[in-house]
Design a protein around this ligand. Sequence first.
Ligand code: IPE
Ligand code: IPE
Ligand code: MG
Length: 247
Amino acid sequence: MHDLDFGRLPRHVAIIMDGNGRWAKQRLRNRIFGHEEGTSSVREVVKCCLDFNIPYLTLYAFSKENWQRPESEVKALWRLLMRFLKQEMQEMLEKGVRYRHLGDEEDIPGEALDLIRDAVARTARADRLVLGLAINYGGRQEIARAARLFAEDVLKGKARPGDLSPEVLGRYLFTADLPDPDLMIRTGGERRVSNFLPWQLTYSELYFTEVLWPDFRREHFIEALHDYQNRERRFGRTSEQVQEESR
Ligand code: IPE
Ligand code: IPE
Ligand code: MG
Protein backbone atom coordinates (compact mmCIF):
# COMPACT_ATOMS: atom_id res chain seq x y z
CA MET A 1 0.00 0.00 0.00
CA HIS A 2 2.77 2.44 0.80
CA ASP A 3 5.23 1.58 -1.91
CA LEU A 4 4.32 4.64 -3.93
CA ASP A 5 7.05 5.98 -6.15
CA PHE A 6 7.22 9.59 -5.04
CA GLY A 7 9.28 10.48 -8.06
CA ARG A 8 6.45 9.47 -10.36
CA LEU A 9 3.37 11.11 -8.93
CA PRO A 10 0.93 12.98 -11.15
CA ARG A 11 1.42 16.75 -11.13
CA HIS A 12 -2.21 17.43 -11.75
CA VAL A 13 -5.12 15.29 -10.54
CA ALA A 14 -8.68 16.06 -11.68
CA ILE A 15 -11.69 14.50 -9.96
CA ILE A 16 -15.32 14.01 -10.90
CA MET A 17 -16.87 13.76 -7.45
CA ASP A 18 -19.87 11.55 -8.17
CA GLY A 19 -22.19 9.36 -6.14
CA ASN A 20 -23.40 11.69 -3.39
CA GLY A 21 -27.07 11.08 -4.19
CA ARG A 22 -26.74 7.32 -4.20
CA TRP A 23 -24.72 7.39 -0.98
CA ALA A 24 -27.56 9.26 0.72
CA LYS A 25 -30.22 7.03 -0.79
CA GLN A 26 -28.49 3.96 0.63
CA ARG A 27 -28.95 5.57 4.03
CA LEU A 28 -32.55 6.55 3.36
CA ARG A 29 -31.59 10.20 3.56
CA ASN A 30 -32.18 12.99 1.08
CA ARG A 31 -29.62 13.79 -1.60
CA ILE A 32 -28.49 16.99 0.14
CA PHE A 33 -27.17 14.91 3.03
CA GLY A 34 -24.92 13.13 0.53
CA HIS A 35 -23.58 16.44 -0.77
CA GLU A 36 -22.90 17.58 2.79
CA GLU A 37 -20.93 14.44 3.54
CA GLY A 38 -19.03 14.87 0.30
CA THR A 39 -17.30 17.95 1.66
CA SER A 40 -15.30 15.80 4.08
CA SER A 41 -13.92 13.90 1.09
CA VAL A 42 -12.90 17.23 -0.45
CA ARG A 43 -10.93 18.07 2.68
CA GLU A 44 -9.35 14.64 2.57
CA VAL A 45 -8.12 14.84 -1.03
CA VAL A 46 -6.80 18.36 -0.49
CA LYS A 47 -4.81 17.06 2.46
CA CYS A 48 -3.51 14.12 0.40
CA CYS A 49 -2.26 16.44 -2.34
CA LEU A 50 -0.51 18.62 0.23
CA ASP A 51 1.06 15.58 1.89
CA PHE A 52 2.26 14.13 -1.41
CA ASN A 53 3.32 17.46 -2.90
CA ILE A 54 0.93 17.15 -5.81
CA PRO A 55 0.75 20.78 -6.96
CA TYR A 56 -2.54 20.83 -8.90
CA LEU A 57 -5.95 19.45 -7.97
CA THR A 58 -9.10 20.23 -9.93
CA LEU A 59 -12.54 19.26 -8.67
CA TYR A 60 -15.77 19.11 -10.63
CA ALA A 61 -18.25 20.70 -8.25
CA PHE A 62 -21.16 21.90 -10.41
CA SER A 63 -21.70 21.32 -14.10
CA LYS A 64 -23.65 23.37 -16.60
CA GLU A 65 -25.99 20.40 -16.83
CA ASN A 66 -26.55 20.31 -13.06
CA TRP A 67 -28.84 23.34 -13.38
CA GLN A 68 -31.46 20.89 -14.60
CA ARG A 69 -31.75 19.28 -11.17
CA PRO A 70 -34.69 20.08 -8.89
CA GLU A 71 -34.52 23.68 -7.72
CA SER A 72 -34.23 22.68 -4.07
CA GLU A 73 -31.15 20.59 -4.79
CA VAL A 74 -29.55 23.32 -6.91
CA LYS A 75 -30.12 25.81 -4.09
CA ALA A 76 -28.68 23.45 -1.53
CA LEU A 77 -25.59 22.89 -3.66
CA TRP A 78 -24.90 26.63 -3.87
CA ARG A 79 -25.53 27.01 -0.16
CA LEU A 80 -23.08 24.22 0.58
CA LEU A 81 -20.48 25.65 -1.71
CA MET A 82 -20.73 29.02 0.02
CA ARG A 83 -20.46 27.40 3.41
CA PHE A 84 -17.41 25.46 2.30
CA LEU A 85 -15.65 28.57 0.98
CA LYS A 86 -16.35 30.49 4.19
CA GLN A 87 -15.45 27.73 6.61
CA GLU A 88 -12.28 26.56 4.93
CA MET A 89 -10.78 29.94 3.99
CA GLN A 90 -8.51 30.37 6.99
CA GLU A 91 -7.21 26.84 6.90
CA MET A 92 -6.65 26.88 3.15
CA LEU A 93 -4.64 30.08 3.52
CA GLU A 94 -2.53 28.57 6.27
CA LYS A 95 -1.89 25.46 4.23
CA GLY A 96 -0.87 27.36 1.12
CA VAL A 97 -3.86 26.49 -1.04
CA ARG A 98 -4.61 28.79 -3.93
CA TYR A 99 -8.11 28.76 -5.36
CA ARG A 100 -8.79 28.88 -9.02
CA HIS A 101 -12.21 29.14 -10.64
CA LEU A 102 -12.95 27.21 -13.82
CA GLY A 103 -16.30 28.02 -15.37
CA ASP A 104 -18.53 30.82 -16.54
CA GLU A 105 -19.22 33.57 -14.05
CA GLU A 106 -22.58 34.46 -15.52
CA ASP A 107 -25.51 32.59 -13.96
CA ILE A 108 -23.65 32.07 -10.68
CA PRO A 109 -25.76 33.56 -7.87
CA GLY A 110 -24.28 36.93 -6.84
CA GLU A 111 -23.42 36.00 -3.29
CA ALA A 112 -21.67 32.82 -4.38
CA LEU A 113 -19.75 34.67 -7.07
CA ASP A 114 -18.55 37.24 -4.55
CA LEU A 115 -17.27 34.44 -2.33
CA ILE A 116 -15.54 32.67 -5.20
CA ARG A 117 -13.83 35.88 -6.32
CA ASP A 118 -12.86 36.66 -2.75
CA ALA A 119 -11.41 33.17 -2.28
CA VAL A 120 -9.39 33.47 -5.49
CA ALA A 121 -8.12 36.94 -4.57
CA ARG A 122 -7.25 36.17 -0.96
CA THR A 123 -5.31 33.03 -1.79
CA ALA A 124 -3.57 34.47 -4.85
CA ARG A 125 -0.12 34.28 -3.29
CA ALA A 126 -0.43 30.77 -1.85
CA ASP A 127 2.00 28.42 -3.52
CA ARG A 128 1.69 24.85 -2.31
CA LEU A 129 -1.42 23.64 -4.11
CA VAL A 130 -3.55 25.14 -6.86
CA LEU A 131 -7.10 24.00 -6.13
CA GLY A 132 -9.22 24.37 -9.24
CA LEU A 133 -12.94 24.44 -8.65
CA ALA A 134 -15.01 23.68 -11.74
CA ILE A 135 -18.21 25.48 -10.91
CA ASN A 136 -20.85 26.25 -13.53
CA TYR A 137 -18.39 24.51 -15.82
CA GLY A 138 -18.99 22.80 -19.15
CA GLY A 139 -16.19 21.60 -21.37
CA ARG A 140 -17.83 22.25 -24.72
CA GLN A 141 -18.95 25.66 -23.54
CA GLU A 142 -15.36 26.37 -22.51
CA ILE A 143 -14.07 25.51 -25.99
CA ALA A 144 -16.79 27.56 -27.69
CA ARG A 145 -15.95 30.49 -25.39
CA ALA A 146 -12.27 30.20 -26.26
CA ALA A 147 -13.13 30.28 -29.98
CA ARG A 148 -15.29 33.35 -29.40
CA LEU A 149 -12.53 35.17 -27.51
CA PHE A 150 -10.05 34.32 -30.23
CA ALA A 151 -12.44 35.63 -32.90
CA GLU A 152 -12.79 38.87 -30.94
CA ASP A 153 -9.02 39.23 -30.88
CA VAL A 154 -8.99 38.72 -34.65
CA LEU A 155 -11.55 41.51 -35.04
CA LYS A 156 -9.38 43.76 -32.88
CA GLY A 157 -6.38 42.96 -35.03
CA LYS A 158 -4.58 41.25 -32.14
CA ALA A 159 -4.54 37.81 -33.79
CA ARG A 160 -4.75 36.27 -37.24
CA PRO A 161 -6.89 33.23 -38.14
CA GLY A 162 -3.82 31.47 -39.52
CA ASP A 163 -2.20 31.64 -36.06
CA LEU A 164 -4.77 29.38 -34.48
CA SER A 165 -3.19 26.19 -33.13
CA PRO A 166 -3.93 23.98 -30.12
CA GLU A 167 -1.39 25.99 -28.11
CA VAL A 168 -2.97 29.30 -29.05
CA LEU A 169 -6.54 28.16 -28.40
CA GLY A 170 -5.39 26.65 -25.12
CA ARG A 171 -4.48 30.12 -23.90
CA TYR A 172 -8.12 31.14 -24.11
CA LEU A 173 -9.32 28.29 -21.90
CA PHE A 174 -9.98 28.61 -18.16
CA THR A 175 -6.97 26.37 -17.65
CA ALA A 176 -4.66 28.63 -19.69
CA ASP A 177 -1.65 28.42 -17.37
CA LEU A 178 -2.34 25.03 -15.80
CA PRO A 179 -0.72 21.78 -16.92
CA ASP A 180 -3.11 19.18 -18.34
CA PRO A 181 -4.34 16.65 -15.78
CA ASP A 182 -2.14 13.57 -15.63
CA LEU A 183 -4.77 11.57 -13.82
CA MET A 184 -8.55 11.88 -13.86
CA ILE A 185 -10.47 10.07 -11.15
CA ARG A 186 -14.23 9.51 -11.29
CA THR A 187 -15.96 8.07 -8.25
CA GLY A 188 -19.45 6.61 -8.17
CA GLY A 189 -19.02 3.92 -10.82
CA GLU A 190 -20.03 5.77 -13.99
CA ARG A 191 -17.53 5.51 -16.82
CA ARG A 192 -18.00 8.78 -18.61
CA VAL A 193 -16.56 12.25 -18.69
CA SER A 194 -19.79 14.28 -18.43
CA ASN A 195 -18.45 17.42 -20.13
CA PHE A 196 -15.48 17.70 -17.75
CA LEU A 197 -12.27 19.09 -19.29
CA PRO A 198 -12.67 17.36 -22.70
CA TRP A 199 -9.81 19.38 -24.20
CA GLN A 200 -7.44 18.98 -21.29
CA LEU A 201 -8.04 15.26 -20.66
CA THR A 202 -6.89 14.30 -24.17
CA TYR A 203 -3.88 12.37 -22.83
CA SER A 204 -4.80 11.91 -19.18
CA GLU A 205 -4.90 8.52 -17.52
CA LEU A 206 -8.50 7.75 -16.54
CA TYR A 207 -9.35 5.97 -13.32
CA PHE A 208 -12.85 4.87 -12.41
CA THR A 209 -13.89 3.54 -9.03
CA GLU A 210 -17.17 2.26 -7.64
CA VAL A 211 -16.52 4.06 -4.34
CA LEU A 212 -19.14 6.76 -3.81
CA TRP A 213 -17.71 10.24 -3.27
CA PRO A 214 -18.67 10.63 0.43
CA ASP A 215 -16.79 7.37 1.13
CA PHE A 216 -13.67 8.41 -0.76
CA ARG A 217 -10.70 8.44 1.61
CA ARG A 218 -6.93 8.59 1.61
CA GLU A 219 -6.60 4.85 0.95
CA HIS A 220 -8.73 5.19 -2.19
CA PHE A 221 -6.67 8.12 -3.39
CA ILE A 222 -3.50 6.10 -2.87
CA GLU A 223 -5.07 3.21 -4.78
CA ALA A 224 -5.68 5.54 -7.72
CA LEU A 225 -2.07 6.77 -7.56
CA HIS A 226 -0.86 3.17 -7.57
CA ASP A 227 -2.95 2.41 -10.59
CA TYR A 228 -1.57 5.49 -12.30
CA GLN A 229 1.98 4.40 -11.62
CA ASN A 230 1.34 1.11 -13.36
CA ARG A 231 0.35 2.81 -16.59
CA GLU A 232 2.77 3.40 -19.41
CA ARG A 233 2.21 6.87 -20.85
CA ARG A 234 3.27 6.54 -24.44
CA PHE A 235 1.89 9.72 -26.04
CA GLY A 236 1.79 7.99 -29.38
CA ARG A 237 5.25 6.44 -29.23
CA THR A 238 6.13 2.78 -28.86
CA SER A 239 6.71 1.05 -25.57
CA GLU A 240 10.36 0.47 -26.55
CA GLN A 241 10.92 4.16 -27.13
CA VAL A 242 9.38 5.05 -23.78
CA GLN A 243 11.51 2.52 -21.93
CA GLU A 244 14.64 3.66 -23.73
CA GLU A 245 14.00 7.24 -22.65
CA SER A 246 13.34 6.41 -19.02
CA ARG A 247 16.68 4.63 -18.74
C1 IPE B 1 -22.17 14.33 -7.51
O1 IPE B 1 -23.05 13.45 -6.92
C2 IPE B 1 -22.38 15.74 -7.01
C3 IPE B 1 -22.80 16.69 -8.04
C4 IPE B 1 -23.12 16.39 -9.27
C5 IPE B 1 -22.89 18.08 -7.64
P1 IPE B 1 -24.49 13.19 -7.52
O2 IPE B 1 -25.44 14.13 -6.90
O3 IPE B 1 -24.45 13.20 -9.00
O4 IPE B 1 -24.78 11.72 -7.00
P2 IPE B 1 -25.50 10.55 -7.78
O5 IPE B 1 -24.75 10.35 -9.07
O6 IPE B 1 -26.90 10.97 -8.00
O7 IPE B 1 -25.37 9.37 -6.87
C1 IPE C 1 -20.87 15.16 -12.99
O1 IPE C 1 -21.74 14.35 -12.26
C2 IPE C 1 -20.90 16.56 -12.44
C3 IPE C 1 -20.24 16.75 -11.17
C4 IPE C 1 -19.66 15.84 -10.46
C5 IPE C 1 -20.22 18.11 -10.69
P1 IPE C 1 -23.23 14.10 -12.73
O2 IPE C 1 -23.81 13.14 -11.77
O3 IPE C 1 -23.95 15.36 -12.91
O4 IPE C 1 -23.01 13.41 -14.16
P2 IPE C 1 -24.02 12.61 -15.09
O5 IPE C 1 -25.19 13.48 -15.35
O6 IPE C 1 -24.42 11.37 -14.35
O7 IPE C 1 -23.22 12.27 -16.30
MG1 MG D 1 -24.12 11.77 -10.39
